[in-house]
Design a protein around this ligand. Structure first.
Ligand code: HEC
Length: 110
């Protein structure tokens, strides 16, 4: 029993190691995935779906942005509450370089 569980765990780990890179979310967006669906299924989770939002009108109200692009996403991710007081996105990316990578990954997410 214990032995087969162990085999199962190892099997799952090996399977995961091979499968994950192709199917997983981009590493830059791993923290976002805790609250956002990144897949084409576009599910509403804690936050709204992030698939193919780049270049589009914000799906949420109150940002004042016409579309999500480099500049607007940079402001949003730096401080969502500075853009939209009272927003429910309780998360920010303070590091400039990290924000730039995240925005690149969002632009590719389509
Ligand atoms: C703790 C949960 C949480 C995390 C982590 C989080 N978000 Fe959000 N996000 C939200 C919520 C909630 C909203 C909706 C905010 C509102 O309506 O005011 C939101 C909204 C957004 C929007 C607006 C979407 C639209 O439809 O216009 C973008 C863009 C966004 N988040 C990007 C990100 C990115 C990129 C990350 C990762 C770096 C991230 N979020 C991490 C909770 C989160």
């Amino acid at each position: 029993m214990i032995r087969s569980l162990w085999a199962l765990a190892v099997g799952a780990a090996i399977f995961g190691a091979f499968v994950a890179p192709a199917s997983a979310n981009p590493a830059e967006l791993a923290t976002c995935a805790a609250c956002h669906d990144l897949s084409p299924a576009k599910k509403q989770v804690v936050g709204s779906p992030l698939f193919a939002i780049y270049g589009k009108k914000p799906g949420i109200e109150g940002t004042g942005f016409a579309k999500w692009d480099k500049a607007s996403l940079d402001k949003w991710l730096k401080s969502p509450s500075a853009v939209k007081p009272g927003t429910s996105m309780m998360f920010m990316v303070k590091n400039d370089a990290q924000r730039a990578k995240i925005i690149e990954a969002l632009a590719e997410l389509k």
